[in-house]
Design a protein around this ligand. Structure first.
Ligand code: SF4
Length: 179
């Protein structure tokens, strides 16, 4: 009986995801037989910033010959999902809602496209809480197992050092824009 792990890797940008994608492409994550990078980030503001991050993500995936998919960019729907939480600090309740919103999309994507596991790089930034991301993933991915992979941070740093990725200086939404 076939029991292969087909993973959806949720990615927010190339600088955060490069190490994870390389590990997966090199077969370094045990038991993952197939994977796709899913870029679903309607949280990013403004549209010009979204396009920059998306272009960089696509460029990196194509450089490794890795499959990727792009979700729709409905920032208004995302704003509705976090309504009332605009003033929350980073790592607060707005971020939990934001992660849940994106993981819920990953669940739908996995069900529609024959994938049976979900992981993400949402927690790799030093501004993020990995345990908060994992808690959101455990709930929002529903019947699709969420895998809290600990990615190789040294590899990510090394690839970033050797690349000329476009690098943003804020998480993504208008509420995370730093002065
Ligand atoms: S700070 Fe980042 S994770 Fe938090 S709500 Fe904004 S875009 Fe989402």
């Amino acid at each position: 009986m076939e029991n292969k792990t087909k993973l959806v890797l949720m990615s927010c940008c190339a600088p955060c995801s490069c190490g994870a994608i390389k590990q997966l492409a090199d077969g370094k994550i045990a038991d993952v037989d197939d994977f796709i990078v899913l870029f679903y980030n309607p949280n990013i503001y403004p549209d010009t910033e979204y396009q920059k991050r998306l272009a960089e993500q696509i460029k990196y995936c194509e450089s490794l010959g890795v499959k990727y998919a792009v979700g729709d960019y409905d920032h208004n729907a995302w704003l509705s999902a976090v309504r009332g939480l605009e003033a929350e600090p980073e790592r607060g309740l707005r971020c939990s809602k934001c992660f849940a919103h994106r993981f819920a999309f990953a669940r739908e994507f996995a069900l529609k496209n024959g994938y049976n596991a979900i992981a993400s790089v949402f927690g790799v930034s030093r501004f993020k809480s990995q345990s908060q991301v994992d808690a959101a993933g455990e709930v929002a991915c529903g019947e699709i197992p969420y895998i809290p992979v600990k990615w190789d941070e040294n590899l990510r740093v090394q690839i970033n050092r050797e690349s000329n990725f476009y690098r943003q200086n804020y998480c993504g939404c208008e509420f995370s824009l730093r002065k």
